[in-house]
Design a protein around this ligand. Sequence first.
Ligand code: CS2
Ligand code: MN
Length: 356
Amino acid sequence: MKLVLRWFPYGDDSVSLRQIRQIPGVKGVATFLSRVPVGDVWTMDEILHVKNMINSHGLEMEVIESLNIHEDIKKGLSTRDMYIDNYILSMKNLASCGVKCICYNFMPVMDWYRSVLSEYLPDGSYTMAYYHDDAVKLSLSNITSSMMRGSNNFSLPGWEPERFAQMADDIEYYRNVSSSEYFANIKYFLDAVIPVAESLDIDFAVHPDDPPWPLFHLPKVVNCKESISKYLDLVPSKKNGLTLCTGSLAADPANDVADIASTFAAMGKIHFVHLRNIKHVSDKDFYESAHLSSCGDLDMAKIVRCLYENGFDGYIRPDHGRMIWDETGRPGYGLYDRALGAAYISGLWEAVTKNG
Ligand code: CS2
Ligand code: MN
C-alpha cells in the first residue's frame, strides 16, 4: 500500500508540497494538469514540469486524478475518435514519466455534488454535506452559483466555471440517452484504452458516481456492487479497475462497502482507494465526517482489513477532510483534517499488517 494525498498544481492549492512531505507516511501526490483543457493531449513538457516540482519536494507522482474524459466521448459523438487518440497519447506520455495509476470517472456532465460546501458541525468544524430534497428542487443555475460561491476561489474539480454554459444543453442531451446506449459509449472508450493500459502497464481506476443516485435524470454508471461488476466486465482485464471511494458508495445505505472492498480486491481490481467516512442524517442526507469509524457510519478498520486480507496492493488517499483549526481552502481539501486522516489510515494499515 502506498499513501498519497491529492494536490492541485499551478498555485491552485492552499496546501504546499512542503507541507504534504511532512505528513508521516505520505509518499506522493495524486494530481492533474488542470490547465490543459479537457480533451487536449498532456504533453511531455507539461507533465515533466509538474512532476519535477513534485519530485523536488521528495514526493512521487505515480497517480493521476483525474485524466478527464471529453464529453464527446461520453456522448458517443463522431468526434470521439479524435479525443480518444488524444487520451491515448496522454496515457503514453504519463507512462513514460513514471505514472502507474490513472483515476477517472465516466459521470456525464458533472463530477461530484454536495448541496452544502461548508456546514457547521457541533465541534466547531465545517464540512460538506448533501441534502437530497434541496438537491432535487434546485435549478442548475442555483447549483452552479452555489458551487461558485462556496468554492473559496479555488477550482472545484468538475465544476470549472467555463463548463457552466454548456451544462444545461448537456443535461438536455442525456434525456434521450438510455442507460444501455451510455454503457455502449463506455465500452467503445474502454475497448480503445484498456489494451493501451495493458501495454503500458498502467492501472486504470474508475471513480464511482457521487452521489450514487441520479440527479437531473442523468445516467448512473458505477454506484453499487452490480454496476461495478457490469462496468469492469465491459472489458475484462486486470487494468480495467476501480477507485474504491468509500464515501461515495456508502452514501447509499444499501451498499456494503466492506463487501465491495473484499470482492473487488480479491479480483485484483482495486487500484486506488479514497478512504473517507460519512454520517447519514437520513437515508439520502449525509455530511462528511472525520475519517475515524467513531465519527461516521463506516467501519474503517473493517474496510482496511478487507482490503489487506484480499491482497490489495495499490494506492490509498484520505479523501475530503473537514475544515478545522480555522483553516480556509478548497472545500474538502485543506491540510489538517486530511493529515489526521492520513495518520489514521497509516495506523489502521500498520495494525492490520502486524496483527493479521
Ligand atoms: C473526488 C472526485 O473530490 C472528489 O470528490 O473524489 O472529484 C474524483 O477526483 C473524480 O470523480 C475522479 O475522476
Ligand atoms: Mn472520491
